[in-house]
Design a protein around this ligand. Structure first.
Ligand code: MN
Length: 374
Protein backbone atom coordinates (compact mmCIF):
# COMPACT_ATOMS: atom_id res chain seq x y z
CA UNK A 1 0.00 0.00 0.00
CA UNK A 2 1.34 3.42 -0.87
CA UNK A 3 0.95 6.76 0.82
CA UNK A 4 0.15 9.93 -0.99
CA UNK A 5 2.71 12.69 -0.73
CA UNK A 6 0.69 14.80 1.70
CA UNK A 7 0.17 11.98 4.18
CA UNK A 8 3.82 11.07 3.84
CA UNK A 9 5.05 14.58 4.53
CA UNK A 10 2.55 15.04 7.36
CA UNK A 11 3.68 11.87 9.09
CA UNK A 12 7.30 12.57 8.42
CA UNK A 13 7.20 16.00 9.99
CA UNK A 14 7.21 14.13 13.31
CA UNK A 15 10.82 13.32 12.55
CA UNK A 16 11.58 16.98 12.42
CA UNK A 17 9.79 18.16 15.51
CA UNK A 18 11.51 20.89 17.49
CA UNK A 19 12.30 18.35 20.19
CA UNK A 20 14.09 16.11 17.72
CA UNK A 21 16.36 18.99 16.81
CA UNK A 22 17.07 19.97 20.36
CA UNK A 23 15.15 23.22 20.10
CA UNK A 24 12.06 22.29 22.07
CA UNK A 25 10.65 25.27 23.96
CA UNK A 26 10.48 24.79 27.72
CA UNK A 27 6.89 24.02 28.76
CA UNK A 28 5.19 26.14 31.41
CA UNK A 29 6.17 25.02 34.89
CA UNK A 30 9.21 23.10 33.63
CA UNK A 31 12.72 24.14 34.59
CA UNK A 32 15.15 24.53 31.69
CA UNK A 33 17.86 21.87 31.74
CA UNK A 34 21.16 22.98 33.18
CA UNK A 35 24.51 21.33 32.56
CA UNK A 36 25.88 18.96 35.22
CA UNK A 37 29.54 19.00 34.17
CA UNK A 38 31.56 16.23 35.73
CA UNK A 39 33.41 14.21 33.12
CA UNK A 40 35.35 15.06 30.00
CA UNK A 41 32.87 14.19 27.24
CA UNK A 42 33.95 12.96 23.81
CA UNK A 43 30.82 12.43 21.70
CA UNK A 44 31.31 9.88 18.94
CA UNK A 45 28.32 10.00 16.54
CA UNK A 46 28.04 13.64 15.61
CA UNK A 47 26.87 14.50 12.12
CA UNK A 48 27.95 17.22 9.73
CA UNK A 49 27.20 17.84 6.06
CA UNK A 50 29.17 19.47 3.27
CA UNK A 51 27.51 21.90 0.83
CA UNK A 52 28.35 19.49 -2.01
CA UNK A 53 26.61 16.62 -0.23
CA UNK A 54 23.48 18.72 0.39
CA UNK A 55 23.53 19.78 -3.26
CA UNK A 56 23.71 16.11 -4.31
CA UNK A 57 20.67 15.34 -2.14
CA UNK A 58 18.85 18.32 -3.65
CA UNK A 59 19.49 16.88 -7.11
CA UNK A 60 18.13 13.48 -6.01
CA UNK A 61 15.02 15.32 -4.83
CA UNK A 62 14.38 16.62 -8.32
CA UNK A 63 14.29 13.12 -9.80
CA UNK A 64 11.46 10.62 -9.65
CA UNK A 65 13.71 8.17 -7.85
CA UNK A 66 12.10 6.72 -4.73
CA UNK A 67 14.79 5.49 -2.41
CA UNK A 68 13.62 5.75 1.22
CA UNK A 69 16.66 7.92 2.02
CA UNK A 70 15.81 10.26 -0.86
CA UNK A 71 12.31 10.51 0.61
CA UNK A 72 13.77 11.24 4.05
CA UNK A 73 16.08 13.92 2.68
CA UNK A 74 13.13 15.51 0.86
CA UNK A 75 11.85 16.19 4.37
CA UNK A 76 15.20 17.11 5.94
CA UNK A 77 15.85 19.71 3.24
CA UNK A 78 12.76 21.62 4.39
CA UNK A 79 14.25 22.21 7.86
CA UNK A 80 16.35 25.36 8.03
CA UNK A 81 17.53 24.52 11.55
CA UNK A 82 18.71 21.07 10.60
CA UNK A 83 20.53 22.26 7.48
CA UNK A 84 22.18 25.13 9.37
CA UNK A 85 23.37 22.85 12.16
CA UNK A 86 24.65 20.14 9.81
CA UNK A 87 26.62 22.67 7.76
CA UNK A 88 28.12 24.54 10.72
CA UNK A 89 31.17 23.51 12.69
CA UNK A 90 32.60 26.90 13.63
CA UNK A 91 29.83 28.71 15.52
CA UNK A 92 26.48 27.35 16.76
CA UNK A 93 27.79 23.81 17.22
CA UNK A 94 30.61 24.91 19.49
CA UNK A 95 28.30 27.10 21.57
CA UNK A 96 25.83 24.19 22.00
CA UNK A 97 28.76 21.96 23.02
CA UNK A 98 29.91 24.58 25.52
CA UNK A 99 26.43 25.01 27.00
CA UNK A 100 26.07 21.27 27.57
CA UNK A 101 29.67 20.71 28.68
CA UNK A 102 30.66 18.57 25.71
CA UNK A 103 34.40 18.70 25.07
CA UNK A 104 34.67 17.07 21.69
CA UNK A 105 32.62 15.89 18.70
CA UNK A 106 33.91 13.00 16.63
CA UNK A 107 32.42 14.27 13.36
CA UNK A 108 31.06 12.13 10.55
CA UNK A 109 29.35 12.94 7.25
CA UNK A 110 25.63 12.61 7.84
CA UNK A 111 23.66 9.56 6.71
CA UNK A 112 23.48 8.16 4.07
CA UNK A 113 26.90 9.72 3.38
CA UNK A 114 27.77 9.23 -0.27
CA UNK A 115 25.99 5.92 -0.62
CA UNK A 116 23.02 7.11 -2.71
CA UNK A 117 25.24 8.20 -5.57
CA UNK A 118 26.98 6.48 -8.46
CA UNK A 119 30.49 5.15 -7.85
CA UNK A 120 32.40 8.02 -9.48
CA UNK A 121 30.39 10.82 -7.89
CA UNK A 122 30.42 9.05 -4.52
CA UNK A 123 34.18 8.49 -4.59
CA UNK A 124 34.98 12.12 -5.40
CA UNK A 125 32.43 13.42 -2.89
CA UNK A 126 33.94 11.25 -0.13
CA UNK A 127 37.45 12.47 -1.00
CA UNK A 128 36.30 16.09 -0.92
CA UNK A 129 34.38 15.59 2.34
CA UNK A 130 37.43 13.99 3.98
CA UNK A 131 39.62 16.92 2.91
CA UNK A 132 37.07 19.33 4.37
CA UNK A 133 36.79 17.27 7.55
CA UNK A 134 40.56 17.30 8.02
CA UNK A 135 40.44 21.11 7.72
CA UNK A 136 37.68 21.31 10.36
CA UNK A 137 39.78 19.23 12.75
CA UNK A 138 42.82 21.39 11.99
CA UNK A 139 40.84 24.57 12.77
CA UNK A 140 39.56 23.17 16.09
CA UNK A 141 42.00 20.45 17.14
CA UNK A 142 40.78 20.25 20.73
CA UNK A 143 37.07 20.22 19.80
CA UNK A 144 36.89 17.87 16.83
CA UNK A 145 38.10 14.53 15.60
CA UNK A 146 36.78 12.96 12.39
CA UNK A 147 35.64 9.70 10.87
CA UNK A 148 36.44 9.40 7.17
CA UNK A 149 33.86 8.53 4.53
CA UNK A 150 34.41 6.19 1.63
CA UNK A 151 32.33 4.89 -1.26
CA UNK A 152 31.67 1.13 -1.00
CA UNK A 153 30.29 1.37 -4.57
CA UNK A 154 33.95 1.02 -5.66
CA UNK A 155 35.74 -1.13 -3.06
CA UNK A 156 39.23 -0.76 -4.58
CA UNK A 157 39.09 3.03 -4.60
CA UNK A 158 37.44 2.96 -1.16
CA UNK A 159 40.46 1.06 0.17
CA UNK A 160 42.80 3.71 -1.28
CA UNK A 161 40.76 6.53 0.22
CA UNK A 162 40.80 4.80 3.62
CA UNK A 163 44.59 4.64 3.50
CA UNK A 164 44.83 8.31 2.46
CA UNK A 165 42.30 9.51 5.04
CA UNK A 166 43.99 7.72 7.94
CA UNK A 167 47.67 7.92 7.02
CA UNK A 168 47.80 11.28 5.18
CA UNK A 169 44.86 13.28 6.57
CA UNK A 170 45.23 11.67 10.02
CA UNK A 171 41.50 11.21 10.48
CA UNK A 172 40.52 9.04 13.41
CA UNK A 173 38.45 6.20 12.01
CA UNK A 174 35.85 5.41 9.37
CA UNK A 175 32.10 5.65 8.86
CA UNK A 176 29.75 3.78 6.58
CA UNK A 177 25.96 4.01 6.49
CA UNK A 178 24.83 0.39 6.39
CA UNK A 179 23.88 -1.09 3.01
CA UNK A 180 24.98 0.22 -0.38
CA UNK A 181 22.46 -0.36 -3.17
CA UNK A 182 20.96 -3.18 -1.11
CA UNK A 183 24.31 -4.93 -0.62
CA UNK A 184 25.99 -5.55 2.74
CA UNK A 185 29.66 -5.63 3.68
CA UNK A 186 29.64 -9.39 4.38
CA UNK A 187 29.80 -9.76 0.59
CA UNK A 188 33.50 -10.61 -0.08
CA UNK A 189 33.63 -8.08 -2.92
CA UNK A 190 33.74 -5.41 -0.17
CA UNK A 191 36.53 -7.04 1.82
CA UNK A 192 39.31 -4.79 0.44
CA UNK A 193 37.62 -2.21 2.70
CA UNK A 194 38.24 -4.41 5.76
CA UNK A 195 41.81 -5.13 4.63
CA UNK A 196 42.51 -1.40 4.41
CA UNK A 197 40.76 -0.62 7.71
CA UNK A 198 42.66 -3.29 9.66
CA UNK A 199 45.97 -2.32 7.99
CA UNK A 200 45.38 1.27 9.22
CA UNK A 201 44.07 0.14 12.61
CA UNK A 202 40.92 2.17 11.91
CA UNK A 203 37.59 1.24 13.48
CA UNK A 204 34.52 1.37 11.22
CA UNK A 205 31.36 2.98 12.59
CA UNK A 206 28.34 1.38 10.94
CA UNK A 207 25.76 4.13 11.13
CA UNK A 208 22.11 3.51 10.24
CA UNK A 209 20.31 4.44 7.07
CA UNK A 210 16.94 3.29 5.83
CA UNK A 211 16.75 -0.28 4.55
CA UNK A 212 16.46 -0.95 0.82
CA UNK A 213 13.11 0.12 -0.67
CA UNK A 214 11.25 -3.21 -0.43
CA UNK A 215 12.06 -3.64 3.27
CA UNK A 216 11.48 0.04 3.99
CA UNK A 217 8.00 -0.19 2.48
CA UNK A 218 7.02 -2.70 5.19
CA UNK A 219 8.17 -0.19 7.79
CA UNK A 220 6.46 2.79 6.15
CA UNK A 221 3.06 1.83 4.83
CA UNK A 222 0.34 2.47 7.43
CA UNK A 223 2.67 2.46 10.44
CA UNK A 224 5.47 4.97 9.77
CA UNK A 225 8.12 2.92 11.58
CA UNK A 226 10.94 3.65 9.15
CA UNK A 227 13.96 5.83 10.01
CA UNK A 228 15.01 6.30 13.61
CA UNK A 229 11.98 5.08 15.55
CA UNK A 230 12.55 1.42 14.56
CA UNK A 231 13.75 0.93 10.97
CA UNK A 232 17.31 2.13 11.58
CA UNK A 233 18.11 -0.39 14.29
CA UNK A 234 16.48 -3.20 12.33
CA UNK A 235 18.64 -2.36 9.31
CA UNK A 236 21.90 -1.79 11.20
CA UNK A 237 21.43 -4.74 13.57
CA UNK A 238 20.90 -6.93 10.51
CA UNK A 239 24.11 -5.57 8.98
CA UNK A 240 26.08 -6.42 12.12
CA UNK A 241 24.62 -9.94 12.25
CA UNK A 242 25.43 -10.45 8.56
CA UNK A 243 29.08 -9.60 9.28
CA UNK A 244 29.16 -12.15 12.11
CA UNK A 245 27.56 -15.10 10.30
CA UNK A 246 29.34 -14.06 7.09
CA UNK A 247 32.64 -14.98 8.82
CA UNK A 248 34.05 -11.47 8.43
CA UNK A 249 35.66 -11.63 11.91
CA UNK A 250 37.17 -15.06 11.30
CA UNK A 251 38.82 -13.50 8.25
CA UNK A 252 39.67 -10.17 9.97
CA UNK A 253 40.03 -10.97 13.69
CA UNK A 254 41.42 -7.50 14.48
CA UNK A 255 38.56 -5.61 12.80
CA UNK A 256 36.72 -3.21 15.10
CA UNK A 257 33.12 -2.27 14.28
CA UNK A 258 31.26 0.47 16.16
CA UNK A 259 27.47 0.41 16.47
CA UNK A 260 25.40 3.32 17.76
CA UNK A 261 22.15 3.28 19.73
CA UNK A 262 23.46 0.94 22.45
CA UNK A 263 24.44 -1.67 19.89
CA UNK A 264 21.32 -1.64 17.69
CA UNK A 265 19.68 -4.23 20.04
CA UNK A 266 22.43 -6.86 19.61
CA UNK A 267 23.46 -6.89 23.30
CA UNK A 268 19.86 -7.62 24.29
CA UNK A 269 19.65 -10.65 21.96
CA UNK A 270 22.96 -12.39 22.72
CA UNK A 271 21.52 -15.32 24.67
CA UNK A 272 18.94 -16.23 22.03
CA UNK A 273 21.34 -15.74 19.13
CA UNK A 274 23.86 -18.12 20.73
CA UNK A 275 21.13 -20.58 21.74
CA UNK A 276 19.70 -20.81 18.25
CA UNK A 277 23.13 -20.90 16.65
CA UNK A 278 24.14 -23.85 18.88
CA UNK A 279 20.89 -25.78 18.98
CA UNK A 280 18.80 -25.08 15.92
CA UNK A 281 21.38 -26.66 13.66
CA UNK A 282 18.78 -28.01 11.27
CA UNK A 283 18.10 -24.44 10.19
CA UNK A 284 21.28 -22.55 10.87
CA UNK A 285 23.90 -24.87 9.44
CA UNK A 286 22.03 -24.62 6.21
CA UNK A 287 21.65 -20.88 6.38
CA UNK A 288 25.26 -19.98 7.09
CA UNK A 289 26.65 -23.06 5.35
CA UNK A 290 29.58 -23.38 7.75
CA UNK A 291 30.53 -23.16 11.41
CA UNK A 292 32.03 -20.03 12.90
CA UNK A 293 35.23 -20.22 14.96
CA UNK A 294 33.45 -18.69 17.95
CA UNK A 295 29.93 -18.15 19.23
CA UNK A 296 28.14 -15.09 17.79
CA UNK A 297 28.14 -13.39 21.21
CA UNK A 298 31.94 -13.70 21.39
CA UNK A 299 32.34 -11.66 18.21
CA UNK A 300 30.00 -9.04 19.64
CA UNK A 301 32.25 -8.82 22.71
CA UNK A 302 35.60 -9.04 20.87
CA UNK A 303 35.02 -7.07 17.67
CA UNK A 304 32.33 -4.51 18.44
CA UNK A 305 32.07 -1.32 20.43
CA UNK A 306 28.74 0.32 21.01
CA UNK A 307 27.82 3.94 21.63
CA UNK A 308 25.07 5.56 23.66
CA UNK A 309 23.84 7.71 20.74
CA UNK A 310 20.19 8.63 21.07
CA UNK A 311 19.65 6.22 23.99
CA UNK A 312 19.82 8.41 27.07
CA UNK A 313 18.46 5.78 29.43
CA UNK A 314 20.36 4.45 32.44
CA UNK A 315 18.78 0.96 32.68
CA UNK A 316 19.93 0.14 29.14
CA UNK A 317 23.39 1.56 29.86
CA UNK A 318 23.63 -0.56 33.02
CA UNK A 319 22.51 -3.64 31.09
CA UNK A 320 25.05 -3.08 28.30
CA UNK A 321 27.77 -2.40 30.88
CA UNK A 322 26.96 -5.68 32.66
CA UNK A 323 27.02 -7.67 29.41
CA UNK A 324 29.86 -6.01 27.48
CA UNK A 325 31.98 -4.55 30.27
CA UNK A 326 33.29 -0.97 30.59
CA UNK A 327 35.77 -1.06 27.69
CA UNK A 328 33.36 -1.44 24.78
CA UNK A 329 30.92 1.43 25.31
CA UNK A 330 31.40 5.05 24.19
CA UNK A 331 29.42 8.23 24.74
CA UNK A 332 27.56 9.79 21.79
CA UNK A 333 24.83 12.38 21.31
CA UNK A 334 23.69 12.10 17.66
CA UNK A 335 23.93 15.87 17.14
CA UNK A 336 22.04 17.61 15.57
CA UNK A 337 19.27 15.02 15.56
CA UNK A 338 19.07 14.64 19.35
CA UNK A 339 19.58 16.81 22.42
CA UNK A 340 23.11 17.64 23.60
CA UNK A 341 22.16 18.79 27.09
CA UNK A 342 20.07 15.71 27.80
CA UNK A 343 22.81 13.37 26.58
CA UNK A 344 25.49 15.13 28.63
CA UNK A 345 23.33 15.02 31.76
CA UNK A 346 22.64 11.32 31.16
CA UNK A 347 26.37 10.57 30.92
CA UNK A 348 27.45 12.72 33.84
CA UNK A 349 24.89 11.05 36.11
CA UNK A 350 25.49 7.45 34.99
CA UNK A 351 24.97 5.05 37.92
CA UNK A 352 28.18 3.08 37.27
CA UNK A 353 31.58 2.96 39.02
CA UNK A 354 33.45 6.24 38.40
CA UNK A 355 36.44 4.70 36.58
CA UNK A 356 34.02 2.97 34.19
CA UNK A 357 32.13 6.20 33.51
CA UNK A 358 35.49 7.85 32.70
CA UNK A 359 36.12 5.15 30.11
CA UNK A 360 32.66 5.49 28.59
CA UNK A 361 32.59 9.29 28.67
CA UNK A 362 35.94 9.73 26.87
CA UNK A 363 38.65 7.11 27.55
CA UNK A 364 37.45 4.38 25.19
CA UNK A 365 36.87 6.85 22.35
CA UNK A 366 40.36 8.30 22.80
CA UNK A 367 41.82 4.83 22.57
CA UNK A 368 39.74 3.46 19.68
CA UNK A 369 39.85 6.64 17.60
CA UNK A 370 43.45 7.57 18.48
CA UNK A 371 42.50 10.92 19.96
CA UNK A 372 45.17 12.79 21.90
CA UNK A 373 44.18 13.16 25.54
CA UNK A 374 44.47 16.68 26.84
MN1 MN B 1 23.30 9.41 13.88
Amino acid sequence: MTMDRRTFLGNSSLLLSAAALGTAPVEAGQQPMTPNRKHRLVATEEAFATPEQVEAFRKCKDTLWHDPDVDLWNVFLTSETLMRRLLDVDHERISIMDQAGVDMHVLSLTSPGVQLLNADTATSLATLANDQLAEMVKRHPTRYAGLASFAPQDPARAAKEIDRAINKLHLNGLIVNSHTNGEYLDNPKFWPIFEAATACNAAIYIHPRNPPAAAAELLKADVNLWAAIWGYQQETGLHAMRLIVGRVFDEFPKLKIVLGHMGEALPYWLYRIDYMYKNATLIYNNVSGHRLKKLPSEYVKDNFLITTSGMNTHPVLQYCHSVLGPDNIMFAIDYPYQESMEAARFMNSAPLPEPDVEKIAHGNAEKVFHIATT
